[in-house]
Ligand binder design. Sequence first.
Ligand code: SF4
Ligand code: SF4
Length: 443
Amino acid sequence: MNEITTFKKGGIHPPDSKIFTKNKEIRNANIPSIAYIPMHQHMGKPAECIVEKGDIIREEMLLGKATGFFSANIHSPIPGKVVDIKEIYLPSGMKSNAVIIELAGEFDRAGKSSSKKSWENLSPKELIDKISDMGIVGLGGATFPTHIKYTLKEGFRLEYFIINGVECEPYLTADHRLMLEKTEEILEGIQIVKKILGPENIIIGIEENKPDAIDTMQRLIADKKYDIEVVPLKTKYPQGDEKQLLQSIINREVPSGGLPLDIGSVVSNVGTIFAIYEAIVYEKPLIERIVTVSGSLVKNPGNFKVKIGTKISELIEECDGFHEFPAKIIAGGPMMGFAIHDVDTPVIKGMSGIIALSKKEIGSSQDTSCIQCGRCLRACPLGLSPTVLFKLIEHNRFEEAKENGLFDCKECGCCGYVCPARLPLIQGMKLGKIMSKKLAKKE
Ligand code: SF4
Ligand code: SF4
């Protein structure tokens, strides 16, 4: 096995808590009788709704069309009838217009076998167009439209295509299971992206707490004689962040305000690669994803293939509910996810997990004063000074916060995790960014 590597600055080691689901095979979740499909499930402009109340919908039909440069198509996960179109809350607390579909009629794909399409003769442009048509976005959480990420400037020389199989958030095991159960499909997906991007090097980064995934990938790559390297990485949060991942694997730093492309790299999550495989090989739009439902309070936790638009409450029911009502339910991982207040919020493209935590697991939420211990400074992977930023924001000194790197903050949560005073540091960073943007707009 290769040498175990990691990023240099900061980082933390929360208990990985993956034991609940890491050995649970992916199961198909029940088909929802009503699906809630938001038009805003990606970074950029919401898709433009192209259906009306009363319309009859086929499975995988286009419901929302990408508008403008940064947007993505939205398709129907089920056949049925549009019973309403209204604003609903997303897990982030933002609102989005959503198409509500009542299940009816026949499925065109689900439960039927479909034949593989050959893609080897398609041009990079044709492959990108198909990825765009199928509404593929980054499934690691960022939901960046993939067709935009893969559209490189003419003549650009891509040195590294990095596949992110890190899944460093505690509890989550969706990517881990995908790497074990869909290894061949992921490797074919990588060949598709190789044709699009033409990178000089292809590397998969996987944390060392998934030795079975590292081993399975390495064995199949050797069997198929693919030119792909698997790099085992130290288990350290936030190893899966693009900046930290690139530092760990290629020892280069993405500049402040920059992108991986600035250092000759493109990074994609393994879930995204699997979605690309399905989009190209089966012409299947992004209508479902793998979601981990976990936490000590969940009676029967697991990994599920879930139709987008399924209510979180239905997934919890499929896990036989809770031992006791949780103090917090989080959409995504516990470090970067969103606490949700309504379990009828739907699963969306960027939702990798639903985690139910007890009061004991979330710890005391009572904040005291900063004791200048410096732990947040040592934990910040970007070398920022969270305590200084927090104070500047508290005193409405947004311009100075900006100068001190506020917009470099990835909201990874490391500072808040180690803070003995339980200060709401991440909430402070989020608020600071919102206020700073508002002020800039005014000016
Ligand atoms: S949330 Fe921001 S300031 Fe805090 S550790 Fe992460 S990057 Fe640093
Ligand atoms: S970790 Fe908390 S208490 Fe310690 S310096 Fe940072 S903000 Fe202050």
